[in-house]
Each structure stands twice: as C-alpha cells, then as structure tokens.
Design a protein around this ligand. Sequence first.
Ligand code: FAD
Ligand code: NAI
Length: 477
Amino acid sequence: MGQQFDVVVIGSGPAGYIAAIRAAQLGLKTACVEKWKSPKGEARLGGTCLNVGCIPSKALLESSENYERVTEKFKVHGITASGVKLDVAQMLERKDRIVAKMTGGIAGLFKKNKITWLQGHGRLLGGDANAWQVSVEGDKGAETVLAKHVIVATGSRARHMPDVTVDNEVICDNEGALAFDKVPARLGVIGAGVIGLELGSVWRRLGAEVTILEGLPTFLAAADEAVSAEAWKIFTKEQGLDIQLGAAVTGVRRGKKGVVVEYQPQDGSAQTLECDKLIVSIGRVPNTEGLGAETVGLKIDSRGFIEVDDHCRSNLPNVWAVGDVVRGPMLAHKGEEEGVMVAEIIAGQKGHVNYATIPWVIYTAPEIAWVGKTEQQLKAEGVAYKSGKFPFAYNGRALGRDEPEGFIKMLADAKTDRILGVHAIGGQASELIAEAVMAMEFSASSEDIARICHAHPSMSEVMREAALAVDKRALNG
Ligand code: FAD
Ligand code: NAI
C-alpha cells in the first residue's frame, strides 16, 4: 500500500499551497502533488501566480515604471538623466530571481510544516469517503497514495483562440509575454482585460507602440462605470495605448518577421494590424483534463469548472476544489481564502469565505481597485444608494507624489449608510482598498470611515473624504 495522508492537495498554486499549509498547521498529515517545471526543467511550486502570473508581472511592472520615471516622470521634479539605458536581459533576470526566491520559499514552508511534496501529475483513480487513491506520475515513475480528503487546486491556463498557434516566441500568452528578450517596436494584444492592460502597459512604458483589440464594445465592463471611463481617458488619451473596442479578429497569421492580425472594427471594414509580437489575453480556462474526473464521477460544469457548493465541496464525499478551477473570480487571494476555509472545515472548524468582500486590483498606472458592488449593479438590483467621490487631485500627498489622477468613490445604502462598494483609480489604490475591505467586513457605514482619523498628508485621506462626500460634507473639496 502507498503512503497514506489525511489530506492530499493536487496543485501548489496559491489556492493549493495555502490549503496544504493550513491543513498541516491544524495537525493533518498533508501532501501536495505538483508537476510544474521551470524553463530549465527544475520542479517548481507556486503555480501560475508565482511562476508566470502575479509575481513576475509585478516585478516587470516595477522595472518598467522605474524606466518611465527616469526617462519621463522625473523631469517635473527637476531631475533629468542622460545616457539612460535599458537592459532587458537584466530586467528579466531580476524577475526570474524573484520568482525563484518565492517558489523556493514555498518549498521551505513545506519543509517547515512537514508537508510532503509529491512531484508529478496527480490523478484521481477511485475511492469513497474512507479513502481516495491518487496516482502521482513523475519522472521516476508512478506511485499511488491514499488520502482521506483530496483538495483539487489545479488552477487554470490561458485560453487560446481557435486556429491560432501560440508559440510563445512571436504569438504569446502570459508565459511568453513575461519573457520578451527585447522591447517589440509594435506590440499587438488581443483582449483588453486585466492581462492585456497590465502587460500592454509594461511594454508601452518600455517603448513599444501598443494596439489592443477588444471584442466587446465596452471597456472594463466589470469595473464601476466611472472608473472605466476615467481609465479609458488616461490609458488612451494620456498614455497613448491604442485600444480598439468592438474589434472582431478574423485571422492571425505569421508574417515574414512578425504577425499580421486581420480584424473588423466596429464600422465593419476589413483592417490589418502588423506587429512584431502578439499577446493573446482573452481569459483563462480551468485545468481539469487528466484529473480522472470522468473515472471517479467528479462533476464538471458546462464551462469546465469543477462544480462546488459555497464551501468548495464537490459532488464526491471528501473531495474539495478551490481556486481558479472553481467558480468565482480567478484571483490568487480568492483561492487562498478558499484553501484556508476547506482546510479548516476538514479539521472540524467552521471555515467561511465572504465572496462579497474580495478585492479586485488591476496593476496599471494609475492602479484600479475595488470591492463590493458597482453603481451599475446597484441600479440593476434596484438598491437605493448614496454616492461620494473625491479626487486625488485635491490631496497634498498625491500632488507631492505626482499622482494627481483618479478618485475614490464610495457607495453606501441610502437608508442604513452601510458601505456597499468602494471604487478607486489612482496611485496606491491596491493598498488603499484594504481599508475598504476591512470596513465592509465589519459592516461599517460611510459615517464610520468619515469619523476615523487618517494620517496627514497621506493618500488614505482620499478614502475619508470619499466617505464624507457620501453625506455631501467633504472637507477639502
Ligand atoms: P494556479 O496558480 O494555476 O496553480 C495550479 C497548479 O496546479 C499549477 O502549478 C499546476 O502545475 C498544478 N497542476 C494542475 N494540474 C495538475 C495535476 N493534475 N497534477 C499536479 N499538478 C497539477 N491574481 C491576483 O490575485 N493578482 C494578480 O496580480 C494576478 N496577476 C496575474 C498575472 C498574470 C499574467 C496571470 C496569468 C494571472 C494573474 N493572476 C493574478 C491570477 C492568479 O495567478 C490566479 O488566480 C492564481 O494563480 C490561481 O491559483 P490556483 O492555485 O487556483 O491555480
Ligand atoms: P480577462 O477576462 O480579464 O479579459 C479578457 C478580455 O478579452 C475581455 O475583455 C474579453 O472581452 C476579451 N476577449 C475575449 N475573447 C476575445 C476575442 N476573441 N477577441 C477580442 N477580445 C476578446 O482575461 P485575461 O486578461 O486573459 O486575464 C485572465 C484572468 O487572470 C483575469 O480575469 C484575472 O482573473 C486574472 N488576472 C488577474 C490579475 C490581477 O488581479 N491584477 C492580473 C492578470 C490576470
């Protein structure tokens, strides 16, 4: 008989590795199956997030912002630099070092928490509430382990377009787009979602001429409309991203040097976009192939996600699923919350995820962040609400930081004043939103935030002013 565990987690992305750590902390004998290999062939923990997602994209983001600061933005401070050079190889090496450090850090955490790392592809073979058999097929052969509980955390991969081969050299998904060896003169992007905007902005700052083709006629439909409108203005008019909405891509072919994209803009004419590199960022699909789902009868929904209830229970006893492979936003922190919840429920505790307070952040410059309902959602739901909005342009710290763009908008229930949503576009929005998340977790009213002392001068004062503005009594504007 193979090794026996209380919990076997399949996948070590943020949902899986956090589930494994929490299970181990709670005294459960835990293993985590992971098959990821680095480009050099080294076994790696951390999944999409650490290897080809959140962490490397934010490393490049910082490098590209520094480049733009030194070449453009410092001028206003009276600082000019000559002879500025861009060493893309060094930039990528720094990013790779951060990735290696973070993924190595998880290996360290596994050791510390006595979690067994089973290297290879995990597959459910069969079982019941007493024990599940999971096969692990690795370089050294296959083994079968037994688990009382299985947590599936197999994540997602980039959605590709039919008939368009992603080679990650010229036509790239997120993996290739994080590793261009030089700045493409002309970069094409299909999909103006989170990846398109974040990575499009990275390469624009470094000097690429960027065209983004978006299929929908609306821009950033998930965000509050006021934020989308402000972002549109800043990204297209001020920063020069060429974003074409309602563009139907009809063909993609490799040209002599780069790529030719054929598309129809909203006017229905036939257009071509020639570029040196193309990023295809049209969403992600859950990883459920080769998992043994059909063999064991694990239910998958029509969109390919593992079906789970509010507590991430699948249709099979003691089989759970968390992270990108289940419904809900494909965000690292959402997966982490689910991982903790499931581990705690398995250990006999009361796990819970408040899906209403999961923050969203888009790491463009300025950043976009929100939590809770948008104004258009409240309108559609017929909820009576009050709204307060305050611009960063009236905030001394924002001016000092040369980040006068954007605003924070707070939406509160018209009767109870309970905060229903907070929407930010501006510098440090990713950090500022934490206050709103906490306020909503504590069911705070806008009045609560308005009466909290915020340090001066700080960007966080804009949150307080937005709260005051809900009651039409902003102090500085
Ligand atoms: P994953 O991270 O995808 O991990 C799944 C793991 O399971 C992988 O390591 C895979 O190898 C392994 N696996 C799959 N099948 C098997 C199997 N059968 N056997 C063994 N192992 C298996 N989210 C944010 O919140 N903030 C961000 O800033 C952010 N930036 C992003 C930037 C980019 C470019 C991309 C692509 C994504 C970004 N995301 C971000 C999304 C985030 O990466 C995902 O939501 C997150 O990684 C999901 O975690 P997960 O654990 O569910 O899955
Ligand atoms: P996305 O869902 O954010 O955006 C995809 C965009 O492509 C949409 O606007 C969609 O309308 C468009 N689209 C789809 N098919 C198209 C087609 N055929 N032609 C033209 N446009 C088309 O997906 P994206 O950007 O690939 O990112 C995937 C996910 O990864 C995100 O939804 C998010 O969950 C996660 N992510 C999160 C980040 C963060 O939290 N900061 C950063 C990057 C990714």
